[in-house]
Structures are given as C-alpha cells and as structure tokens.
Design a protein around this ligand. Structure first.
Ligand code: GLU
Length: 315
C-alpha cells in the first residue's frame, strides 16, 4: 500500500506532478494499492473548495487511487489516541512556544524553512508518564517529543543508505500544536500506520523528516515501518525549489490556459528519464514506461525552454 498525500494549498505545481506520477506509476507497476490522503492539517488555512480542486487536478493528470479519499482533519480521534499513548509512556511533554514555531510545526518542512533546534537542556527536568488532553482551540499548549540522542538509519529505495540525526538537528520536535491539532510529523505517522501504508514515495526535502517519523513509529510500537523512496526535486533556474518566484507553474494554471495534459505528463516523463526529448504522453503510457532505476539522480531544473514547450502547444 502506498499513498498520495497532497496538501490542499491549491498550488500543486509541476514538481508535485512529477512526484505524484512517479509514485502512482511505481505503485501500479508493482501492484501496491494507492490510498489518497488530503493533508489539510499540513496547511494553516484551507479555503473552501480547495480539497475538491486538489483531487480534480490529480484526476486530470490521469492518476487514480483505490477507495475514497481520506481527509486528514477527520481523523483527529486517532491522532489524539496516539498522543495519549505517547504521554502515558512519558515521551511527550507540554511546552510554551511562539506563534511562528507553531506554524512551522504544523507543516511538512520545506527546504529553507530551517527549524530551530530544541535541545534537551530546554526540556523540563524529570518528565514522566502524564495525561494528554487537547485543550480547546486558542487555549492549548504545544507538546514536544523527547528525542533521545542517536542516529536513525534506513535504506532509501532511491536515495540509498541514510543516517539522520533528529536529536542533533531538530531536537525535541513538536508533535501537537497549540491550535489543538497534530503536527505534521505525528499526523503522517498515525495516518500511514492506520492505513497500512508500507511504501512512501515523496520528495527528498522530507528525508530528514523520515528520521523523526521512524522515531515515532518506534515510540508508538507501530510496525511494520514503511519503506522510503525519496525522489529529487524540481528546481528553478536559480537552483531553488520550484515555487511562485519561478512563475506560475501550477498545474491548474496551465490547464486553464489550455495546455494539454499530455504536455504536462510528457515533461514529467522527460524529467524522469523515460524519454530522451520532450514529447507528449498520457498517464497510461507514463505508467507503462516509468522505471525508477533509470530516473536521474540529480535535481531537475525547470527552465524557459520547458515553459516554451508547454505553452507552444496551445490552440
Ligand atoms: N503533504 C505533504 C506535502 O505535500 C507530504 C507529506 C508526506 O508525503 O509525508 O508536502
């Protein structure tokens, strides 16, 4: 079982398209089931209609999934149960934080949003088993996970052997925010475990998060731990992660401008090493021809020629 886990920001861009297509094609080739999970807790404010729009964008690309989409915010009971378990085991503790730290904790970390390390010297002395209760919105407290020192090792199916150091890099990370909702790191682990996700394919900006997530699997006694496949990112010509500053690379924006979906998928196919030049392709062909073993290991650069090729196709 794998999952597609879009954040409903209304801004799925070409880089997201490439990762989702690669995830979906890997799954369909290997017979993994595909769950769809909309991570609406991963973004502070979700505008009405955006969840439906996100699913529609992915369906337009040609990816499909098994069963109904799961909406993360509808699963709070499971997230709370996990927190009660962590509290009972004495592994989490309440902690006062600033607003910006809370925002950072709720979202999947992205490159350049560098989290401050919260070292053990900041942890209250003698934390032990306690009761967790999520206070009403606005009046809550953040909870942090007491991160023991030590590296976390895992074999990534694309990026190779990894060793990450959660205690040394971020320290005691937030697992429950003052808003009364789980932080990204906890929500993703609880949802993946509940949905029996065994294969996680996503952008390699989340490779450090995998270490934190494995610590939570272990702390909660969840098994099996998932296998990870972290894929390189699409960047702008300036080397930075694809974002608004590189122009409007939202899938929806190209769609609205009349760019055929075969151009979007074809560009992703070229970026995945499926073809030697940009050529239109539909999702079915992408699925048949995708090969993780020949995907380029480096980041891909989205440049003016790509934009011109996409837009030449109009009319
Ligand atoms: N919703 C997250 C994102 O779009 C993905 C999290 C994950 O795959 O673990 O960045």
């Amino acid at each position: 079982m794998t999952r597609l886990a879009p954040s409903p920001t209304g801004a799925l861009h070409l880089g997201n398209a490439r990762t989702f297509l690669a995830n979906w094609a890997s799954a369909r080739q290997r017979g993994w089931r595909v769950a769809m999970r909309v991570e609406d807790l991963d973004t502070p404010r979700v505008k009405p209609g955006v969840i439906g729009q996100t699913l529609d964008t992915l369906a337009w690309l040609g990816v499909d999934w098994d069963g109904d989409a799961l909406i993360q915010s509808e699963r709070l009971a499971d997230h709370e149960a996990a927190m009660r378990e962590l509290a009972r085991r004495g592994l989490v503790y309440p902690c006062e934080l600033t607003r910006s730290e809370i925002e950072a904790a709720a979202s999947a970390p992205q490159e350049g949003t560098g989290e401050a390390r919260f070292g053990p010297e900041l942890r209250p002395v003698g934390i032990g088993p306690t009761a967790f209760e999520s206070a009403p919105e606005g009046a809550g407290t953040n909870w942090r996970f007491a991160t023991e020192p030590g590296e976390v090792a895992f074999d990534d199916a694309f990026a190779g052997a990894q060793r990450v150091d959660p205690a040394g890099s971020v320290g005691d990370f937030v697992v429950w925010t003052k808003r009364g909702t789980p932080a990204y790191q906890l929500a993703v682990v609880v949802d993946d475990a509940t949905e029996c996700v065994t294969q996680i394919v996503r952008g390699d900006d989340l490779i450090d998060s995998a270490g934190r997530q494995l610590l939570l699997y272990r702390a909660l006694g969840l098994s099996p731990e998932p296998a990870y496949t972290h894929l390189p990112l699409v960047r702008g010509a300036d080397g930075r992660r694809l974002a608004k500053r590189h122009g409007d690379t939202r899938i929806d924006a190209y769609r609205a401008r009349g760019v055929p979906v075969e151009r979007i998928v074809g560009l992703c196919a070229w970026w995945c090493g499926i073809t030697r030049a940009r050529e239109p392709m539909d999702a079915a062909e992408f699925r048949a021809r995708f090969d993780l073993s020949t995907m380029p290991a480096g980041d891909v650069v989205f440049g003016a020629e790509d934009e011109a090729w996409l837009c030449d196709s109009r009319g």
